[in-house]
Ligand binder design. Structure first.
Ligand code: XIL
Length: 373
């Protein structure tokens, strides 16, 4: 009898431990596995395994990864014909080893492109033929290197403005709007199995929605592959409205593509006057725009911030048949580009883990939300 009691007590203890363990290990990626991928962006500290705490979070909570910077053209091909793949190779290997849905960001973008790309040796714009040849070479060298390993590419980033006009980038200036379908075709030739996305910010503005849906339909009528629209989602406490965002998701899905939320973070700071995520659109520092610089978010602001995350994730879950992936733009608040954008030197609180790598209470709430839906 005594033996029995001891055995029962031991069993009880073991099952209690297992229960606690299961509870402890509940992760975002597991909770959302039935719905969509949950992704994050890796910086060089992650890629080179210097940020161990960050890496542990990535492995536990995320099922998809994207490189925050190292696969942009200024880093991959700083000098014409001289490719630098060390960082990107490591990033892709990490994705493979950890069975992550690995995304390539980004092939054609006006920002973080090397200057040489658009000019000849006298600094004058190159001809359309030369630019096409440079684009094709860049796209095909990069995409074919990671054939079968990178599952989806942000082929073109940020080519359309809020009013629906084309951004007057060098690509557009020299090649006109045709640079977009050309890029998609070249990427497709290099890896016919890879998914191809058009990625942009503020994609809830009606002008942008109209122009992008028109472009998707045009691609489809011409037999040019496009699988998805990447909606960056560098959003704030008061912009955009959930309704605006929902309309855009539905419009893109109705045009026949999947939607991914590709660069999500919710800034807790006051919005500057112009809300753009173009990296060149910066503003001067003003003290009142950096109100929580002691590392603590006031409780009412934190509550509003949590509600925003829950509202957005409720929307994504409502449209899980259309949403392929939701990717956060970084792991901890300390990593976030928002501390320096659009104003340098602020203290922002936009991500799911704090500056000490501690999971914020919102994570459990998001896990709970997924279980309920
Ligand atoms: C940002 C990075 O987070 C920063 O580290 C870098 O200095 C600038 O670019 N849209 C995009 C991303 O598509 O690549 C940008 O990333 C943020 C806006």
């Amino acid at each position: 009898m005594k033996k029995r009691i001891i055995l029962m007590t031991l069993l009880g203890l073991v099952s209690y431990k297992v229960g606690a363990q299961t509870k402890k290990s509940a992760s975002l990626k597991q909770a959302y596995a039935k719905d969509f991928y949950i992704g994050t962006a890796l910086n060089l500290q992650h890629i080179h395994d210097k940020d161990k705490k960050g890496i542990n979070i990535i492995k536990k909570d995320f099922s998809s990864i994207v490189a925050e910077n190292c696969m942009k053209s200024m880093f991959l091909q700083p000098v014409e014909g001289q490719f630098f793949f060390d960082d990107a190779d490591k990033f892709v290997a990490f994705g493979q080893q950890n069975n992550m849905f690995t995304i390539g960001h980004t092939l054609v973008w006006h920002s973080q492109a090397p200057d040489w790309f658009f000019v000849d040796k006298d600094g004058k714009n190159v001809s359309a033929d030369v630019l096409k040849q440079r684009m094709k070479n860049h796209i095909q060298t990069v995409v074919s290197r990671y054939k079968g390993k990178i599952k989806g590419w942000d082929v073109v980033n940020e080519a359309i403005m809020e009013d629906g006009s084309y951004r007057k980038s060098k690509f557009y200036e020299i090649l006109g709007e045709e640079f977009i379908p050309l890029a998609f075709q070249w990427a497709h030739e290099a890896d016919p199995d890879a998914e191809l996305y058009y990625n942009d910010y503020n994609e809830w503005h009606s002008g942008k929605v109209q122009q992008i849906t028109k472009m998707i339909k045009d691609f489809k009528s011409r037999g040019i592959r496009i699988d998805g629209i990447g909606m960056q989602a560098h959003v704030g406490l008061d912009y955009p409205s959930i309704e605006e965002y929902e309309k855009a998701i539905v419009a893109y899905a109705n045009a026949g593509v999947k939607v991914s939320v590709t660069e999500l973070e919710i800034s807790a700071l006051p919005s500057p006057h112009r809300i753009s995520s173009n990296v060149a659109d910066t503003q001067a520092y003003e003290k009142q725009l950096n109100p929580y610089n002691n590392g603590i978010l006031p409780a009412d602001v934190e509550a509003a911030w949590e509600k925003r995350y829950l509202d957005f994730f409720s929307l994504f879950l409502k449209h899980k048949d259309k949403v392929e992936r939701v990717t956060l733009w970084g792991v901890t608040d300390g990593d976030s580009w928002k501390n320096d954008f659009p104003i340098v030197g602020r203290t922002d609180y936009p991500l799911l883990f704090d500056r000490k790598y501690k999971e914020k209470p919102i994570v459990k709430k998001l896990i709970h939300l997924a279980k309920e839906n």
